[in-house]
Ligand binder design. Structure first.
Ligand SMILES: [Zn+2]
Length: 318
């Protein structure tokens, strides 16, 4: 769908990634080898290399904007209003003061929490509606979306008093239906979702909403005795999350128990397993390939006291 919607961006990726078959006709196999993080980083660096106002700068910026639009639109179509039954099972085991950190832009976790009326959802709404102050939320279970979200809307109108401010799209205290579009409550212009593209240049400015959410995640981690990673694989471009989770090595209570749900973790010498074993050195890691496996076989582990059923230490990797 990229070609018909954004011809220029499609052509740029086809040429820069050498997708030769796609010069003549669509070849989906070639596209599967293109990493979204590589493309974002390529466009990001291109934008930095040229002065503002030059045609190259404009072209790179336009491609980056188009890619963001394309991804947010497709994700919205795929996830709007939907929840996940497996995730619901997992979240049902949480205590009210357990927090959920999400790096996803989609709203599956949000709708799952809302559906089951979990306290983390009310705290999330509270956090996003008020100006989040870290100290008011430490120790309270909350959803923290650290890469933005499809339903965090920002007004693009430079003359509007709400310009640039993040607004969680709610209607009567419930997540709003965004398939009908979203308009700024102040000036009525169309809003855009706030998402942080997957590049190493995250631009989390001190004092911004995102900065406060990251610092709150940092504070919540200080109290954790168990972390469950679902799907996340610590991509090399995500140095901020590595910064965040490396700090568990400074916890007074010792290292938390670590559970990883990811097909990549099952390959002992694969990149995902190697990244986890380097980051959580000296800690046994409980492993599950899929969320379905985890919701079937891992919930007992979640209900037990952390550390009570720790596995034998993993063999050290070369
Ligand atoms: Zn506005």
């Amino acid at each position: 769908m990229l070609g018909p919607m954004y011809e220029g961006l499609n052509e740029l990726i086809v040429r820069a990634w050498g997708l030769d078959h796609n010069l003549r006709a669509l070849d989906q196999d070639e596209w599967r080898r293109v990493g979204i993080e590589e493309v974002f980083t390529f466009l990001d660096i291109g934008e930095q290399m040229y002065n503002v106002g030059t045609s190259y700068h404009r072209a790179f910026s336009a491609c980056k904007r188009d890619l963001e639009h394309f991804i947010t639109l497709l994700l919205m179509v795929k996830s709007e209003g939907l929840h996940c039954e497996h995730l619901l099972d997992v979240l049902s085991t949480l205590q009210p003061n357990d927090s959920i950190i999400s790096f996803n832009w989609d709203t599956i976790a949000d709708f799952t929490l809302q559906l089951a009326k979990f306290p983390q959802f009310a705290t999330y709404c509270d956090l996003m509606v008020k100006r989040p102050l870290v100290n008011d939320f430490v120790g309270r279970g909350v959803l923290l979306k650290l890469h933005g979200s499809l339903n965090w809307m920002v007004c693009q109108n430079l003359d509007c008093s709400r310009h640039g401010q993040i607004r969680l799209a709610l209607r009567d205290g419930q997540l709003a239906d965004l398939s009908v579009g979203s308009k700024c409550p102040e000036c009525g212009q169309e809003e855009r979702p706030f998402i942080i593209p997957p590049t190493s240049r995250k631009l989390i400015r001190r004092g911004s909403t995102m900065h406060r959410l990251w610092m709150l995640a940092r504070e919540q981690l200080a109290f954790c005795s168990r972390i469950v990673f679902i799907g996340y694989s610590f991509p090399p471009t995500d140095s901020h999350s590595e910064w965040l989770f490396r700090q568990i090595h400074f916890l007074d209570e010792g290292l938390p128990e670590v559970i990883v749900v990811n097909p990549g973790i099952m390959k002992t010498r694969g990149p995902v397993a190697v990244r986890y074993s380097r980051l959580f050195k000296g800690r046994a890691i409980h492993k599950f390939a899929t969320l379905a496996d985890f919701s079937r076989d891992g919930l007992e582990l979640l209900r037990s006291k952390p550390g009570a059923r720790a596995e034998a230490p993993q063999p050290r990797l070369p």
